[in-house]
Design a protein around this ligand. Structure first.
Ligand code: ZN
Length: 523
């Protein structure tokens, strides 16, 4: 799948060199599983990539803490909803920390500044005349927190996502005039090529709106029905619909009311990662709310596919709700991150398989990358006193390999910028393969035996220069390994992607660090 060439995000004008990325905020009704870990790992990969290129990055994630579903979970646990979410949030923070995910803010929709932001923004929409009172009658899935029309249901009665019966509900609510934004939204989808990615998801939206039109949406719930939410600022008998509350986290998370400077620096989002099940909220309701409230729109809403585990849906009852912390304990954060980026075509549905994880670990991380670094450092230690050797000139094989490395590096950047993460990480492996092939062709150990110190020096120096590139390109995916390689190269910090060169990364005479095995093979 290709999304076409997208320009470097944020490189157009005033907001040059900033990058604002978000994940959905997760429902803390149970600890995170491998599916939410996947989205959050990808956001961290992109964060580290843009940071390494010299961008100012803001990465927002968090938890969605209001609504009926959580209210019911708390009630059955016999505690207040707030106590309930307070207990659950640490599970998320621990999992993200285990996976080496470094967000800039973990937003909770019960944060006071979030609640204040939501009230201010819905008041703007209200003042604009885009909100009116009405009665809602319809079929509602409590798990999804949304209404369905009869034809969306499975067997006429089950929620298509949860396969549980929907409820008939009738209540007084306030509506948002979503229908008013139909033409503006259609223009946005048609004229802005990168607003919704991948392309087929956008086509789905266009078809759905053309077929079914765009109906106004209920954005409040009466308190007699649900009190666990943010109070509606113009009518205290209502709370705001959990989805409106949740979507506005992307505004409040930057500090809309608490850190104006940060908000102005980073707004609008450059990439918003979501699962395809929440596309309608993010690509239809969200931009319409922003248009109504007078905000600049996000650059890209990227909807990735669903993750299955060994071919099965992720669910507690099937035992497929793998705990990311368990995986990290078993394999290490880098292997898990690498596997998620490598094995799942970003944007499409993917399948998690522990067997594949072990295979990628052994074949690519241990055999290609780990062995390469160990091999080159061993030669440098043996022949050149663990220093970068002095050398001049390039042989035809050197030139050939150099252009191969350059090609892979260029592809790496193109794929990263086009959100083809799985192709980008493959370029890292290809760079390692290129260097391994170079060593096999040039055989520096044979040159040394023949007494050709000059050729040996040139080969080792080139290999070290390219391992430096390898460390920089690995950093977004496997930050711990990038740190270890950098230390073994005798560097104080991980090379920045904005600073790598094809040759001359390491000066002659530079002292290398102590070599160590990067990845032990898993049997
Ligand atoms: Zn549902």
């Amino acid at each position: 799948m290709s999304f076409g060439i997208v320009p470097i995000f944020g490189d157009d004008g005033v907001n040059q060199k900033k990058f604002y990325i978000t994940t959905p905020i997760y429902y803390p009704n149970r600890p995170p599983h491998i599916g939410s870990a996947y989205t959050t790992v990808v956001a961290d990969i992109l964060t580290r990539y843009y940071e390494s290129l010299g961008y100012d990055v803001f990465f927002l994630t968090g938890t969605d803490e209001h609504g009926m579903k959580l209210y019911k979970e708390a009630k059955s646990a016999g505690i207040s909803p707030k106590e309930y979410v307070n207990r659950m949030v640490p599970f998320f923070k621990r999992a993200w920390s285990a996976l080496n995910i470094r967000y800039h803010r973990f937003i909770r929709t019960t944060d006071p500044d979030h609640e204040e932001t939501v009230k201010r923004i819905v008041m703007k929409v209200y003042d604009r005349g885009d909100i009116y009172r009405g009665t809602y009658r319809g079929l509602y899935c409590v798990e999804c927190e949304r209404y369905y029309t009869a034809k969306d249901l499975v067997d006429g009665k089950l929620c298509p996502i949860h396969l549980k019966p929907v409820e008939y509900l009738e209540m007084e609510v306030y509506y948002f005039r979503l229908s008013k934004y139909r033409d503006q939204l259609m223009d946005l989808y048609i004229n802005n090529k990168r607003f919704v990615l991948p392309e087929e998801r956008k086509q789905y939206l266009i078809r759905k709106i053309e077929d079914e039109g765009l109906k106004d949406v209920a954005i409040t719930r009466p308190k007699w029905y649900l009190s666990w939410g943010i109070e509606c600022p113009w009518d205290q008998d209502h709370v705001l619909y959990v989805w409106v509350d949740a979507l506005l986290n992307y505004v409040s998370g930057l500090g809309y009311v608490s850190n104006k400077e940060n908000f102005e620096k980073f707004w609008p989002p450059d990439i918003q990662l979501i699962g395809k099940d929440i596309l309608w909220f993010h690509a239809v309701i969200w931009p319409a709310l922003l248009m109504s409230a007078g905000f600049e729109l996000p650059q890209t809403i990227f909807a990735h596919g669903f993750l299955t585990v060994d071919g099965k849906k992720i669910s507690k009852s099937l035992g497929t709700d793998i705990d990311p912390i368990d995986l990290v304990r078993k394999y290490g954060a880098d292997t898990v991150r690498y596997y998620l980026a490598r094995a799942i075509p970003f944007g499409e549905d993917g399948d998690f398989s522990e067997k594949d994880l072990v295979r990628y670990h052994n074949d690519e991380l241990a055999n290609e990358i780990g062995n390469l670094v160990y091999r080159v450092l061993t030669l440098a230690e043996r022949y050149f006193d663990n220093k970068v050797p002095e050398s001049t000139g390039l042989s035809p094989i050197d030139e050939e390999t150099l252009s191969e490395v350059q090609k892979r590096l260029n592809e790496y950047h193109d794929y990263m910028r086009n959100l083809q993460i799985h192709h980008a990480v493959m370029r890292v492996v290809m760079i390692a393969q290129t260097i391994n092939a170079y060593l096999n062709r040039t055989e520096p150990w044979s040159c040394w035996k023949k007494g050709d110190k000059e050729t040996t020096a040139r080969i080792i120096r080139n290999a070290l220069d390219w391992i430096y590139i390898l460390a920089a390109t690995m950093y977004p995916f496997t930050p711990e390994t990038a740190t270890k390689i950098s230390q073994q190269l005798g560097l104080n910090s991980i090379p920045k992607l904005s600073e790598v060169r094809l040759t001359g990364n390491l000066s002659p005479g530079h002292h290398l660090g102590k070599k160590q095995i990067l990845f032990r093979k898993i049997s």
